[in-house]
Structure formats: C-alpha cells, structure tokens
Design a protein around this ligand. Structure first.
Ligand SMILES: Nc1nc2c([nH]c(=O)n2[C@H]2C[C@H](O)[C@@H](COP(=O)(O)OP(=O)(O)OP(=O)(O)O)O2)c(=O)[nH]1
Ligand SMILES: [Mg+2]
Length: 311
C-alpha cells in the first residue's frame, strides 16, 4: 500500500464561534474544495513546527495557543493522508490568503461537509463538539435530576447525558423532553440514554446508546441532524460505532473511578492506541475530570466524559 502522507492542519477558532477556512486551488489535490489551512509535514519536522510553518506560509500568522483536536487517516483513490488537525485559539498576525486562496470565517455550526474533502466529515464534527460531556449520576427522584441539570446548565460541559439507570426509559425520555428547551437555551446539547425504540426524533434531543445496544444495530438509528453517541469498551464496538456512523464515542474505562473502583481499566496507552484506530471523535471515560483534558488531547481524544467529576 502507498505511503500515508502526514498532513497537519488547523481549526483556527475565534471567541465568536467561528472557524477560518480556505479554498484549495483548482489545480491542487481535492481542488476547489474548502479546507482547514495546513500542509505536509517535512522530514525531521515536529507536528507543532510543521503547523506553525504552514500557517506562516499560507496565512502569514503564527499560532500562540494550539492543541491537538483530531487525527485520522483517509484513503483517497489516488493517495492516503493522515490528517493531524489542531485547534488554534490564539495567533499573532492578520490572516491573508498568501497563495491567493480565498478565506472565510464561518460559524462552526454552519460548516457544510459537502464543500470539504471527503476526509473532513469527522473533523467538522470534532470542531463542532464540546470537549466535556457530563453524565448524570444515578439519582432516584425528579427533584434530584432537576438539581443536577440546573447545576450543569451553569457548568462547563457542552454536552449533558441523561443516564438515570434506575428510571424507566419512558420516564427518562419524558424528563429529557421536558427540559430540552432549557438546555438548548443554555447553548448545550442534551443526550438521552434510552433504547432506540423509546427515542423520539425531532425533539431537539440526541441519542446515546450503551455498547450492548450499539452492537445490535445494522445502521445509524437517527437522522444526521440528531446527535448520536455510543459507549465502547473494546475494538469490536469501536468498529461498529464507525460502521453505523456514530457522531462520537465514549471510550472507557480509562482509569479506576468511584463507579468502577477495581475493575479492568484500559490505561492511557491502550486508550490512545484504540483512539488511533478510528476516525470518529472519542471522549475518554472513567476516572476523568477536566484536569485530564490535556492528557486526553495528547492521547488523540476529543475530550473527557464523567459522572462525578463535573458536579
Ligand atoms: N490542509 C488540508 N489538507 C487536507 C484537508 N482535507 C484533506 O483531505 N486534505 C488533503 C488534501 C491534500 O492531499 C493534503 C494536504 O496537502 P496540501 O496540498 O495542503 O499540502 P501543502 O500545503 O504542503 O502543499 P504543497 O506544498 O504540496 O503544494 O491533505 C484539510 O482540511 N486541510
Ligand atoms: Mg496546504
């Protein structure tokens, strides 16, 4: 098989929810499509140096705050690329199309995968998705669940997952529907953990499925505009998550946690290896809190998910 070309690219984000995109020259590979600025890593260059050089060459800017966002391999008919995408949150200089390429600041939520190369769909998801998922604890009453949700609406997690394992799926669904508008008004996304048969599309809610439910799917159970996440604990389920086009994966258990004090854990190295085998954004779960974010990003993860950590 042909050599995989290592490409670094940047999702340059401003504080108004926009990202900078550039249009590839007609004559280039994937020409005429929009891209995240970047290019090929040269021999002997680190990823960071390559990204700084490319952004200087193509845009005339120097990144000053950058971290890994997502890494994926894509096989085009004529070449294979490993796209190593970084999130750049600060830079010096004023971006200009140094090679004559048109630039545009686009609202992250309106990025259209159809105008990007085929490899970019999961990258666009990664740009759009939050870095933290808060999973609800096993509370018994509506009042406790409401309290949790209220706390989270003021918290830093952009995605909230209602797990509520002691409730009936219909109760979970009804509670989620009742609070969908509040969550949306707070600029967050609400996922409900129910069997596919209990889920209702068109309510503004997303669906989260545990590994066992994931394994029985033959296709994506909800439309593309409904957020769909899954839990995975092994390679087989990761492959299934990709096959049914999940938007994101929660992978665990990474470290021991209160809910799994002495169970088998993956540890960081195996988790990183598993992440590199998929193109879907992956959140690490199990003993994680926001202090683990940097380590999770360096392991190739989108971010972290936790139950107790974000209370
Ligand atoms: N920069 C960038 N490249 C992408 C994206 N998506 C995608 O499939 N690619 C592919 C297209 C190319 O085959 C490869 C990037 O190569 P490039 O043409 O940007 O490389 P470069 O800047 O070093 O350009 P050159 O010196 O070879 O002209 O990765 C993306 O979002 N950004
Ligand atoms: Mg380039």
């Amino acid at each position: 098989m042909a050599k995989v070309i290592h490409v670094v690219a940047a999702a340059i984000c401003d504080d108004r929810g926009q990202v900078l995109v550039a249009r590839r020259a007609q004559s280039a590979h994937q020409g005429g499509l929009w891209e995240f600025p970047g290019g090929k890593v040269e021999v002997g260059e680190s990823r960071e140096t390559a990204l700084s050089r490319e952004l200087q060459e193509e845009l005339g800017i120097t990144p000053s705050d950058m971290r890994p966002l997502i890494c994926l391999t894509h096989h085009y008919p004529d070449k294979s690329v490993c796209l190593d995408v970084w999130k750049v949150s600060a830079f010096t200089g004023v971006p200009e199309g140094k090679e004559g390429q048109p630039l545009a600041w686009v609202a992250v939520d309106s990025l259209n995968p159809d105008v990007f190369p085929a490899a970019n769909a999961p990258i666009i998801k990664a740009v759009q998705l939050s870095e933290l998922i808060a999973v609800s604890p096993a509370v018994a009453t509506h009042e406790e669940a409401r309290q949790w949700l209220k706390q989270q609406l003021a918290g830093s997690a952009g995605i909230l997952q209602l797990r509520l394992p002691d409730w009936q799926p219909e109760q979970r669904m009804a509670f989620a529907i009742e609070h969908a508008t509040d969550v949306e008004a707070a600029g967050k996304q609400l996922l409900v953990n129910v069997p596919v048969s209990s889920f209702r599309v068109g309510t503004g809610l997303g669906l989260h499925l545990p590994q066992q439910d994931l394994m029985s799917l033959s296709q994506r159970p909800v439309p593309v505009d409904t957020l769909f996440t899954v839990s995975c604990h092994d390679i087989k389920s990761l492959q299934k998550a990709e096959a049914v086009h999940a938007d994101a994966i929660l992978l665990g258990t990474v470290l021991p946690s209160a809910s799994h004090p002495d169970g088998e854990c993956l540890g960081w190295d195996l988790a990183a290896q598993m992440i590199s085998s998929v193109r879907t954004p992956v959140y690490l779960l199990g003993g994680m809190n926001s202090d683990h974010l940097s380590q999770a990003w360096n392991a190739g993860a989108q971010g972290v998910a936790g139950i107790r950590s974000f209370l």
